[in-house]
Design a protein around this ligand. Structure first.
Ligand code: FAD
Length: 398
C-alpha cells in the first residue's frame, strides 16, 4: 500500500520559510502548505536599493513566480494561533490548517522601545510597503516642496542603517539635480547609541565603514540615544536634530506570535530550540526566530531552511536526522555607491572588491528563487540609469 505523505505546514514566506518550501517541494515526499501574510518574498538586504530609486524587482519576488512549477498550497493570511492539541494553525480569518509537522519562520517585528513620537513620525525599511512609502516621501519632498535645505536622519548604525545612509547623499543630489533644484544643501546624519558603528563586528570594519560614510558626506553621531521625535525634530541628549525625514532601523524584537502562543524563549526573546531546531516535538523554529548563534542574518535563515528540509527528507526515508551545526556567515556591508566592507572569517577587505562580492551574492540569491531570464532581469535592474531621475524612471517602467 502507498504510504500517505506527511503534511508539512510552513508559516512565514521569508528567507527560511521559502527556502524550506522549495527544498521540500523538490523532494516530492511531502504535502506542503505555506501560510504567509504577503504575496511576495521580500529581500530586506536590497530594500535600501529600492528606496534610493532602484526597481522593486531588485527586492521583491512574487511567491506565484517562485512556486509556479511546484506543487504547494499557499494560504495568504496571517497565522494567529497554534492549537497544539488539535495540531492546527489558525489564521486571522479562522481557517484551521492541520499539520503533521510545523515549521515556524515569522521573522522579527519593529520595536520602538516606547520612544515617544517614533511610531507616528519615523519611516521604516522592513517591508516593500515601507520602502515605497519612504521613497515617495524623499522624492516628493524634493520635487514638491522646493526647500533649500534637506535634512535626513537614519537611526541605527547596524547593517541596514549604514546601507541606507551611504546611498542617500548621492541619490538625493541626483534627484535634486534632475528636478532643477538649485544648489540644495543636503544633510544626512547617522545616529547610533553605541560607541561605534556595527558594534558586533571587528573594530577595523567599524572604522573603515565610518571613514567611507564620512567621505560620502554623512555626519555620524555615536553614543547618542534617541529620546523622542516630533514632526520636525529628533530629540537626543544634546541639541535636537531638525529633520523632516527620520528613518528608524535601530530596533527589532521577536514576532509576538511566540509569546502569545506560550513558546519558551531565551533572554534575548528568541525561541529556545534543541539540536534539531525543534521547539517542541514536530515543531521547528527557524531563522530570526530561533535562538541560534548566528540568528539575525539571511544566510543563517537560508541555511536553517536547507538543514530542516534535509533532515525531514532523511527522516521520511527512514534515516536519522543530523544535529544542527551553526555556520558562521560572511558579512558583506555596503556603505556607499559601489563600496562594501567584507568580513569572511579572518579575511577582511573593502571597496569595489566588496561591492563585486555583494553583486555576486545577489546574483546567486536571485538564481535560488527565479528562472534564468528573471535572474538576469533582476540582476540588471540594479544597474542605475544615470541619465534620469531614478524614481521617475522606475515609475515609468511599471
Ligand atoms: C533592512 C534590512 C536589511 C537587511 N540586510 C541584510 C543583509 O544584507 N544580509 C543578511 O544576511 N541579512 C540582512 N538582514 C536580515 C535578514 O533579512 C533576516 O535575517 C532574514 O530575513 C530572516 O529570515 P526569516 O525567514 O527568519 O524571516 P523573514 O525573512 O522576515 O520572513 C518572515 C516572513 O513571515 C511573514 N510573517 C510574519 N508574521 C506572520 C504571520 N503571523 N503569519 C504569516 N506570515 C507571517 C513575514 O511577512 C515574512 O514574509 C536585513 C534585515 C533588514 C530588516
Amino acid at each position: 500500500m502507498k504510504k500517505q505523505k506527511q503534511h508539512v505546514v510552513i508559516v512565514g514566506g521569508g528567507f527560511a520559510g521559502v527556502k524550506t518550501a522549495i527544498e521540500l517541494c523538490d523532494s516530492g515526499l511531502f504535502d506542503i502548505t505555506l501560510v504567509t501574510n504577503r504575496p511576495n518574498f521580500e529581500i530586506y538586504g536590497s530594500l535600501y536599493h529600492t528606496i534610493v530609486g532602484g526597481s522593486t524587482k531588485v527586492s521583491t519576488i512574487p511567491l506565484s513566480e517562485i512556486f509556479a512549477e511546484r506543487k504547494i498550497n499557499i494560504v495568504q493570511c496571517p497565522a494567529k494561533e497554534l492549537d497544539r492539541k488539535a495540531k492546527q494553525i489558525i489564521t486571522v480569518d479562522d481557517q484551521k490548517i492541520s499539520f503533521d509537522i510545523l515549521i515556524l519562520a515569522l521573522g522579527m517585528v519593529t520595536n520602538y522601545f516606547n520612544i515617544e513620537g517614533l511610531p507616528e513620525y519615523s519611516y521604516g525599511m522592513k517591508s516593500l510597503a515601507e520602502a515605497n512609502e519612504l521613497k515617495k516621501h524623499i522624492h516628493d519632498k524634493i520635487t514638491k516642496k522646493h526647500l533649500s535645505t534637506y535634512h535626513y536622519v537614519v537611526v541605527g548604525g547596524g547593517p541596514s542603517g549604514i546601507e541606507l545612509a551611504g546611498m542617500l547623499p548621492s541619490y538625493i543630489k541626483r534627484v535634486a539635480r534632475y528636478h532643477g533644484v538649485e544648489k540644495p544643501q543636503i544633510h544626512v546624519d547617522l545616529v547610533e547609541a553605541a560607541p561605534r558603528l556595527l558594534p558586533r563586528l571587528p573594530r577595523s570594519i567599524s572604522s573603515s565603514v565610518a571613514f567611507n560614510l564620512r567621505k560620502q558626506g554623512v555626519k555620524i553621531y555615536l553614543n547618542t540615544a534617541v529620546l523622542g521625535q516630533s514632526a520636525d525634530e529628533l530629540l537626543i541628549h544634546d541639541k535636537p536634530i531638525r529633520s523632516h525625514t527620520v528613518v528608524w532601523t535601530a530596533g527589532m524584537s521577536n514576532n509576538p506570535f511566540f509569546k502569545e502562543n506560550n513558546f519558551q524563549t531565551t533572554q534575548n526573546g528568541k525561541v529556545r530550540v534543541d539540536q534539531y531546531l525543534q521547539a517542541e516535538p514536530g515543531i521547528y523554529v527557524l531563522g530570526d526566530n530561533a535562538d541560534t548563534p548566528y540568528s539575525g542574518m539571511a544566510q543563517t535563515a537560508l541555511y536553517d531552511g536547507k538543514t530542516i528540509a534535509r533532515n525531514l527528507t532523511r527522516i521520511a526515508e527512514g534515516k536519522e536526522a543530523w544535529p544542527y551545526r551553526a555556520k558562521k556567515p560572511v558579512y558583506v556591508l555596503p556603505a556607499g555607491p559601489r563600496w562594501a566592507a567584507v568580513v569572511w572569517g579572518r579575511v577582511r577587505f573593502y571597496g569595489y572588491a566588496g561591492y563585486a562580492l555583494r553583486r555576486a551574492a545577489d546574483f546567486m540569491a536571485y538564481k535560488d528563487y527565479s528562472s534564468w531570464p528573471m535572474t538576469f532581469s533582476r540582476f540588471l535592474a540594479e544597474i542605475d540609469k544615470e541619465e534620469s531621475c531614478p524614481h521617475c524612471a522606475d515609475d515609468l517602467a511599471k
